[in-house]
Design a protein around this ligand. Structure first.
Ligand code: NAD
Ligand code: DAU
Length: 355
């Protein structure tokens, strides 16, 4: 079996669902169920004996060690993290606790477990760390996209905490020989995306008749990748990646935020038109994010060349599927909106009109 951390979050849940759609190998899904963890993402696995869910914290080394000893996973795929840049600006402590200390605890538990393995179980074991392109910092308009050798220059508490976790993972390979793999991926989008992030926030606000908040001039650039393409990349790296290596994963799909918001409005105008006017009328420019990175772009040639992975979806096909998913899943959205979500919206968006 494989041991997945953070498998009730956006990418983790998509990964677990995809994994079990393609393989009979069981998954132990270990997740703290923070505000971002949602068992409704995994409802279709409710009666599936191949999926074992355990609620727990990656900072809890003792529990991790006992679960590893009991279930003897052949691999750990590590998604669990605090993942939202804006929340890291309001409250960085949780990011250091989970992303740095939690990854450290997980590495310690993994190392202790791996040291008990012998023969093929030991040589075949893998620790795959899911990280982000944000560790590389920000690009100018004419800079080459991030490659695996781009120096780290994280700019937010979130990206600094992810960079620290990447360094710990690297050190556990270099010092102890732990067979690690790291992926650094660009912005994901797709089903089950928590609506604090740009794409699901715009879709759900548009449908609720609310403002569509664009930070600053909206000319910041992100490289968007459909989530199932990211899941396929992780499966491929787990299967054939070289231990100790890092792999950049991206969509070859640079878009300004404003063009993403326009594309969503245009899809909604087509698929769920308003009585009058366009969803574009709801766009509002608001105060910019402090320290906002201007541009991310990924050079994903290494994973393509070495492992034969490239994205299957285009932005047009992926965004259409995403908007259709949100239109078809009102109950998922209402459930998410009913939690602490509105408190976050108040904290982040009150009194932020652009001057
Ligand atoms: P998410 O916030 O949607 O989900 C995170 C999950 O981790 C949640 O289920 C949460 O309950 C769980 N979790 C948080 N703290 C935990 C702890 N201490 N112990 C156990 N579980 C805990 O995040 P996501 O967007 O799915 O991102 C998953 C991973 O992928 C993260 O490591 C993130 O840095 C990375 N990543 C995300 C993106 C993106 O665009 N979303 C892109 C590249 C990399
Ligand atoms: O690049 C990978 C990263 O992508 C991941 O590591 C992070 O976990 C993930 O959250 C994401 O970070 P971003 O900060 O790029 O994503 P977010 O969806 O928060 O914002 C995307 C862009 O849209 C960014 O430039 C900020 C802008 N934005 C965001 C929100 C929430 C707005 O203009 N308005 C908004 O309301």
């Amino acid at each position: 079996m494989i041991f997945v951390t953070g498998g009730a979050g956006f990418i983790g849940a998509n990964f677990v669902l995809n994994w079990l759609a393609q393989s009979d190998e069981a998954v132990l899904n270990y997740d703290k169920l923070t505000y971002a963890g949602n068992l409704n993402n995994l409802l279709s696995l409710r009666d599936d004996p191949r999926h074992l869910f355990v609620q727990g914290d990656i900072c809890d080394t003792a529990t991790l060690q006992s679960l590893f000893a009991q279930h003897r996973p052949r691999a750990i795929v590590h998604f669990a993290a605090e993942s939202h840049v804006d929340r890291s600006i309001h409250g960085p402590a949780a990011f250091v606790t989970t992303n740095v200390n939690g990854t450290f605890s997980l590495l310690e538990a993994a190392r202790a477990y791996w040291n008990t393995l012998e023969g093929e179980a030991r040589t075949g074991f893998r620790f795959l760390h899911v990280s982000t392109d944000e560790v590389y910092g920000t690009l100018g308009p004419d800079d080459a996209p991030f490659s695996e050798t781009t120096p780290y220059a994280p700019n937010s508490p979130y990206s600094a905490s992810k960079a620290a976790s990447d360094h710990l993972v690297r050190a556990y390979h270099h010092t102890y020989g732990l067979p690690v793999l790291t992926t650094n991926c660009s912005n994901n989008y797709g089903p089950y995306h928590f609506p604090e992030k740009l794409i699901p926030l715009i879709i759900t606000n548009a449908r609720a008749g609310k403002d569509l908040p664009v930070y600053g001039d909206g000319q910041q650039v992100r490289d968007w990748l459909f989530v199932t393409d990211h899941c396929a990349a992780i499966r491929r790296v787990l299967e054939a990646g070289r231990c100790g290596e890092t792999y950049n994963v991206g969509g070859w799909n640079e878009q300004t935020n404003l063009s993403v918001v326009h594309a969503i409005c245009d899809l909604l105008d087509e698929l769920s038109p308003k009585a009058s006017g366009s969803y574009r009328d709801q766009i509002r420019h608001i105060t910019d994010r402090p320290g906002h990175d201007r541009r991310y772009a990924i050079n994903a040639r290494k994973i393509e060349r070495e492992l034969g992975w490239k994205p299957a979806e285009t932005f047009a096909t992926g965004l259409r599927q995403t908007v259709q998913w949100y239109l078809a899943n009102d109950s998922w959205v209402s459930q998410v909106h009913s939690g602490d979500y509105m408190k976050w919206v108040d904290l982040q968006y009150s009194n932020k009109d652009a001057s």
